[in-house]
Each structure stands twice: as structure tokens, then as C-alpha cells.
Ligand binder design. Structure first.
Ligand code: FAD
Length: 466
């Protein structure tokens, strides 16, 4: 029987990064993954393919509607969807093959099969042909990620009623698309198909979009998305989805009660969230505690079963690839006797709509609820020279700083390249920096990042360009 220092179950960004870091630290590592390719949800059916389509559809939109204002006259662009999908598939292939290369480089054994923990220290991997391989290790990491959360009573066939996975591979642009759920995934994929020509209607249970994000940011995002043609039914729930004549009729009802109405569409995208994937792992049989469907772990990612750990979407915290990666690194280092650590207060979050929305740290709502006295500095991109030059003036930067110490507690950016701009605030927060620190750092001119500096200056009411 093969014996390892570490067996990781699941090769998503949590699992594969943990495996690589552990191998770097001298451990003998095996990874059991049921999918035929490495990289998990993120690389195969999540972050990477969605960003390939988001970028391609943004270019299509720009070619159709954005270039004229720069004096570039082109004919109406034509969509070649198969080539756009090939771009997405090639991007995925390059990334998953890259992880396979890294496994070889780091001498990590990759076992294709569904893993279950038969006993502490023992993993059984069942291959596609049903053959079982038993492996032993000192430590086992559950990194099995998450799956699409189903909408009760609604069957996902990945053709007319799709999850994010089906929405990444639609064979043609739907005339009408209904998106159930105004979270990150629904809005990103809704944006893709809107830009490619679909009429997109978003149905959301809550009275706002992007739950969890700063309220002002979410309102601005909704206004921008409405301008782009998305329409919203907030405070509505889906009562029924009927397939008929190749289309779908969705019955929606106000959450507070009231008159039901119907929406017709060619495709319905169910994007109401994701749930941890712990089926078939024998977690409960092993005696490992779970909490609200997640594997329960302590601050060192240890479950209550000795030698069994868990990271990524399968445990508490935001379901984000970089959070899973950082936990993977931290755990490998802890297992090697080092002081691995994740600062959950400084994990950025990005919505890849156009423009992007990015945030880190506290929202205004959270600070109010916690009774923290804070100051706000805001700066709009309409007052930023580079944004004007690029016709990317939608959005703003908002910095929240502690009223007494001036320490930055949160940063929120709506605007072109927000996902890159937020990194500066993350670094600042990691080092416990203040708005004054940020305001005194020299920023290149002309850049969008000057708006970050100006927002920091605005905390002390001394923005220069406003
Ligand atoms: C459409 C979409 C877009 C997204 N975009 C972003 C984004 O832009 N940025 C971001 O940060 N996050 C994004 N996410 C979320 C991100 O993909 C997840 O947070 C991340 O993949 C979690 O990593 P993980 O390693 O915990 O699990 P996963 O990536 O889910 O990987 C788990 C792996 O475990 C395997 N597995 C499960 N059970 C077993 C078993 N019993 N035996 C063997 N293998 C098993 C699965 O096949 C899978 O490959 C997106 C998700 C989706 C669906």
C-alpha cells in the first residue's frame, strides 16, 4: 500500500496549492481528484472560464458600442460563438495542464478517482472502472470544494434550466435569459449573455443585489447594470419553473406575499449559491463534526478527527479561490511545523462585471452594526484624468477608516480595473496602515489608482481634485 506524508482529496485551488506547498516543504504528497483534470471548480467550471467569456463578451460590446467615441469606425461586429467558446476552452486547458505540470515538477502523485476517508490515516480512491486503491498518510486534507446549490423543486438539466456550468457552455445566445439570484455568479454570467444579445431578467429574493457587499456599492452596481440592459425583480421568489415547447415559464411571487406573475424565457440560470461538497466522503461515518453542511475545523484547519484537516469552500468563510489557496499554503506550513496563518480580515472580493466591483474589509453596514466610529473618504472616477481619457468614468473609490486611529477598516471600488486597484488597499490593511499612509504614498500619474489616493485624502476632507 502506498504511504504518504499527506493525501489531499480534491484538486481545486485549495487542494492543489496545499499539495504544492507541502511538496516544497519536503513532504511526500498524493492528490485524489474525481475529475479527469486538475484545478477544481475554479479552473474547470468557475473563475477561469467565466473570466474568459466575460473578457471576450466585453470586447464584443466594445467593438459594437464603444469604439466610435474614440474615432474608430468599424462595422457592426458579428458574433462567432464557437470561436469564443474555443477561447474559453483553450484558456481552461492551458490552466489545468499548467497544474499537471506543477504536480510533475513537485513529484506529487495524482490519483484519478473519488476519494473517501475509510479511517483516520486511510483514503480509498475509487476509479471510473470501480477499482479501488487504498492509500495511507499521516495527514489527510479534505479539499472537496462546493457544488451548485439546487433550487427546491427545480430540476437542472443544463439545457433550458442551467447552473453556472451550463451557462458557461450555451450552444447559442438565448433570446431571453432569466437569472435566479443576484449574487456574483448570476450577475457575471448574466452580463456575459446580455452583452452577446440576450434579454436578461434577474430575480432576487432579497431587496438588494450582491448581498454582503457595501450597500452603497451594490446600489451603484445595480444602476450601472440596469443601464446596460439587465432588469431586476428584487424581493421576489421563484415559485415554479415549467418547461414547455422548448422554453421555460417561471412563476415568481413577491417575498412579502401578493400577486404572482410569470416570465417566459429560453433559458433559466439558477445561481442561488453553492454548498459544500461532502457527500460520498464518509465524513460523518468518520466522526468528523459538520456545521451547517460544512466541515467544522479549528483555527489550524484541524477537524475533531486526529490527522484530518479541511480547507477551502468545504469550510467556513467566503467561497473564494484565493481564500482556499491561502488556507492551502497555511495548512501545509502548519503541518511542516511552521506558523501558517490566514488573515480573514484582509481577503479581497471581486465581482467581474463591467465595470468591476472590488472590496476588502468592512462595509459601512458592518461598522454601524459593530458600533465602530469611522470616517468615509470617497472619490469618483469622473474626476480622474486617466478614467476620462479611457472613457471609463463610471464608479468611485470609498475608503473607510477608524475615526480615532485612522486605520483603514475597509475599501470599496466600483470602476474599471477595480479588481487590480483593490490590491493596494489589501496590502495597506495587511500592514495595519492608515488612510493618512495611503494618502501620502506617491501614485503614478495619470492612473486610475490616483482615485484610491484621493479617496484616502478625502477621509481627512483634503482631496485635491474634488
Ligand atoms: C462560475 C463560477 C465563477 C467563480 N468565479 C470566481 C472568481 O472569479 N474568483 C474567486 O475567487 N472564486 C470564484 N469562484 C469560486 C471558486 O471557484 C471556489 O471558491 C474555489 O474553486 C474553491 O476551491 P476549493 O479548492 O475549495 O474547491 P473546488 O475548486 O470546488 O475543488 C474541489 C475539487 O474536489 C473534487 N472532489 C470533490 N469530492 C471529491 C471526492 N470525494 N474525491 C475526489 N475529488 C473530489 C472536485 O471534483 C473538485 O475538483 C467561482 C465559482 C463559480 C462556480
Amino acid at each position: 500500500m502506498a504511504t504518504y506524508d499527506l493525501i489531499v482529496i480534491g484538486a481545486g485551488p485549495g487542494g492543489y496549492v496545499c499539495a504544492i506547498r507541502a511538496a516544497q516543504l519536503g513532504m511526500k504528497v498524493a492528490v485524489v481528484e474525481k475529475r479527469k483534470t486538475l484545478g477544481g471548480t475554479c479552473l474547470n467550471i468557475g473563475c477561469i472560464p467565466s473570466k474568459a467569456l466575460l473578457h471576450a463578451s466585453e470586447m464584443f460590446e466594445e467593438a459594437g458600442h464603444g469604439l466610435g467615441a474614440f474615432g474608430i469606425v468599424v462595422g457592426a461586429p458579428k458574433l462567432d460563438l464557437p470561436t469564443m467558446m474555443k477561447h474559453k476552452d483553450d484558456t481552461v486547458a492551458a490552466n489545468v495542464n499548467g497544474v499537471a505540470f506543477l504536480f510533475k515538477k513537485n513529484k506529487i502523485d495524482w490519483i484519478v478517482g473519488e476519494g473517501r476517508i475509510a479511517a483516520p490515516g486511510r483514503v480509498v480512491a475509487k476509479g471510473g472502472d470501480g477499482a479501488e486503491t487504498t492509500l495511507e498518510a499521516k495527514s489527510i486534507v479534505i479539499a472537496t470544494g462546493s457544488d451548485v446549490a439546487p433550487l427546491p423543486g427545480v430540476e437542472i438539466d443544463e439545457k433550458t434550466v442551467v447552473s453556472s456550468t451550463g451557462a458557461l457552455s450555451l450552444p447559442k445566445v438565448p433570446k431571453k435569459l432569466i437569472v435566479v439570484g443576484a449574487g456574483v455568479i448570476g450577475l457575471e454570467l448574466g452580463s456575459v449573455w446580455r452583452r452577446l444579445g440576450a434579454e436578461v431578467t434577474v430575480v432576487e429574493f432579497l431587496d438588494r443585489i450582491l448581498p454582503g457587499l457595501d450597500g452603497e456599492v451594490a446600489k451603484q452596481a445595480q444602476r450601472m447594470l440596469e443601464k446596460q440592459g439587465l432588469s431586476f425583480h428584487l424581493s421576489h421568489k421563484v415559485a415554479k419553473v415549467d418547461r414547455a415547447g422548448g422554453g421555460v415559464t417561471t412563476t415568481i411571487e413577491p417575498t412579502e406575499g401578493g400577486q404572482a406573475s410569470t416570465l417566459d424565457a429560453d433559458v433559466v440560470l439558477v445561481a442561488i449559491g453553492r454548498r459544500p461538497c461532502i457527500q460520498n466522503l464518509d465524513v460523518e461515518a468518520l466522526g468528523a463534526k459538520t456545521e451547517r453542511g460544512m466541515v467544522a475545523v479549528d483555527e489550524k484547519f484541524a477537524t475533531n478527527v486526529p490527522g484530518v484537516y479541511a480547507i477551502g469552500d468545504v469550510i467556513r468563510g467566503p467561497m473564494l479561490a484565493h481564500k482556499a489557496e491561502d488556507e492551502g499554503v497555511a495548512l501545509a506550513e502548519i503541518l511542516a511545523g511552521q506558523a501558517g496563518h490566514v488573515n480573514y480580515g484582509a481577503i479581497p472580493s471581486v465581482v467581474y462585471t463591467s465595470p468591476e466591483i472590488a472590496c476588502v474589509g468592512k462595509t459601512e453596514e458592518e461598522l454601524k452594526a459593530d458600533g465602530v466610529a469611522y470616517r468615509v473618504g470617497k472619490f469618483p472616477f469622473t474626476a480622474n484624468g486617466r478614467a476620462r481619457a479611457m472613457r471609463r468614468t463610471d464608479g468611485f473609490v470609498k475608503i473607510l477608516a477608524d475615526a480615532a486611529s485612522d486605520r483603514v477598516l475597509g475599501a470599496h471600488v466600483v470602476g474599471f480595473g477595480a479588481g487590480e486597484l483593490i490590491a493596494e488597499a489589501v496590502v495597506l490593511m495587511e500592514f495595519g496602515g492608515s488612510a493618512e499612509d495611503l494618502a501620502r504614498i506617491c501614485h503614478a500619474h495619470p492612473t486610475m489608482s490616483e482615485a484610491v489616493k484621493e479617496a484616502a485624502l478625502a477621509v481627512d476632507k483634503r482631496a485635491i481634485h474634488m
